[in-house]
Design a binder for this molecule. Sequence first.
Ligand code: CTP
Length: 401
Amino acid sequence: MSNLENKRIVLIVSGGIAAYKALELVRRLRDGGASVRVVMTEAAQRFVGQLSFQALSGEPVHTDLLDPAAEAAMGHIEIARWADGVVVAPATADFLARLRAGAANDLASTICLATSAPILLAPAMNQQMWQNMATKDNVATLIKRGLRSVGPDSGAQACGEFGPGRMAEPVAIAAALADLFVPQTLSGIRVLVTAGPTHEAIDPVRYLTNRSTGKMGFALAQAALEAGAEVILIHGPVSLSAPSGAAAIAVVSADEMFHAVMENIKNIDIFISCAAVADYRIESPATQKRKKNDTSLSLTLTPTRDILKSVTAQSMPPFAVGFAAETENLLEHARSKLERKSLDMIAANQVGVKGLGFESSDNELHVLWKGGQQHLAKAPKEVIARQLVGLIARVHGQKES
Ligand code: CTP
């Protein structure tokens, strides 16, 4: 079932050429099972007629804040209250500026101010306007306030220029809107996620590490938040910003990650061990920079502690999910890790293949647990993360009941 099923969506159309694409969006939203009420700004009505939106939505179109007849039928506050979600598509530079300022000088901006429903923006404008600091600043502020944004895409523009500013495709806007209504399967559940690589110092300027970027772990933290969980994210050195709402703890080495996890594991319901933790560290890192000479150099490596195993060895372990990054015999190695580390679930992924896993935006997982298994086909890590979190919530729920 689509997340949009039975949802009440207010579609605000502001005045840009992309307004014609909003017609297609109405169809997509209705295909997903949503009821749609369209609100048009005055400028939007110059681009597309009300009648088209009325025909596609099956509802009268709202345009006027001060028309007594329209207000009597369904007033601005009623529309704001009716909405489960608001989508502004297209969101012009002017509309974004008015939204940021908290303006309430027409029906569309007033509804945005008066609603407690989540708001999704689909910006569309000339590429220079999109890249202007004023617009960038407006969008950043609105996102900081909790609004979501999708697009814009890059490409040829109606004005003849080329660059970022094309409104996202209706199908992508509908998908982003559906993401606002993720079932709260982890409501009240505390989740700890580890992510990224670790750095093991050789000397003050060099270290041993691996190809993990942290993307998968950060996407899992985001997906768990969206599903209603309280999330702690303990991560190694990465160049990503932590999802807002997660308590993020940055560490460097495997040893630091071990201590951070152990200090925070109490009261955790679900532990997702996504970090690519170094298995070995340098036994005695040099305190000063090593100088080169002409002879070969041997470094003595000593095993690090297995964080995941230490968590499951506790007397009351949380529901534990491990990852198995393998270059060969994927399922065999994953099954053995599931047993060896006393896990509730393991997500196995093939590494060493271009376009998947480490250093890639996509992933493909084979998920195994005691009572079953599921293949999650290749998709962007954000999508895979939502699917895996859904699976974790289901199997964790079954274990608890
Ligand atoms: N892991 C951990 N602490 C370590 C090493 C690994 O918590 N010191 C966790 C990883 O986060 C992952 C799981 O253990 O969830 C499996 O990691 P992986 O590197 O695939 O396996 P290893 O146990 O290190 O075994 P091998 O390197 O031999 O495959």
